[in-house]
Design a protein around this ligand. Structure first.
Ligand code: HEC
Length: 107
C-alpha cells in the first residue's frame, strides 16, 4: 500500500514536471540541473552558460552546444550518447525550441 502511494507520487512528479513547464521552459530541468551562476552539480551538470560551450561530459560527441546539438540531445539523449544517465526527453519540437531559447539566455 505504502509502496503504491510512493509509486503514484513518483509518477505524478515525472508526469507533472513537464506539464508545469508551461511558464518557464527550464522549470522541468531544475529537479536535476542547477540553472544558477553557482554552477553546482546536482544529478546532472550545471546548465548556466552551457549554450555555446563544449559539453561538460567529454564523452558527448558534440563540439559546442548549439541549436542543432541541443535539439538532438533533448529529443533523445541516448541517440547522442548511448548509455548516458539523463533519463529525460522533450518530445515536442516546439517545446525544445523554447528550452533552447531559454538556455541561450542563461548566461
Ligand atoms: C531526471 C533528471 C534530469 C532532467 C529532468 C533533465 N536532465 Fe539534463 N542531464 C541529466 C543527467 C544525469 C545528465 C548527465 C548525463 C551524462 O553525461 O551521462 C544530464 C545532462 C544534460 C546535458 C549535457 C551536459 C553536458 O554538457 O555534459 C544537457 C545539455 C542537459 N542535460 C540539458 C537538460 C535540459 C535543458 C533539461 C530540461 C529540459 C534537462 N536536461 C532535464 C539529468 C536530467
Amino acid at each position: 500500500m505504502r509502496a503504491g502511494i510512493i509509486g503514484v507520487a513518483v509518477l505524478l512528479v515525472f508526469i507533472g514536471l513537464p506539464l508545469a513547464a508551461a511558464a518557464d521552459p527550464l522549470s522541468s530541468c531544475k529537479s536535476c540541473h542547477d540553472l544558477s551562476a553557482d554552477k553546482r552539480k546536482v544529478m546532472g551538470p550545471p546548465l548556466f552558460g552551457l549554450y555555446g560551450a563544449k559539453p561538460i561530459n567529454a564523452a558527448i560527441p558534440v563540439k559546442k552546444w548549439d541549436d542543432a546539438s541541443l535539439d538532438a540531445w533533448l529529443a533523445n539523449p541516448k541517440d547522442v550518447l548511448p548509455g548516458n544517465t539523463m533519463m529525460f526527453k522533450v518530445a515536442d519540437k516546439a517545446k525544445r525550441d523554447e528550452v533552447i531559447a531559454a538556455m541561450k539566455a542563461l548566461k
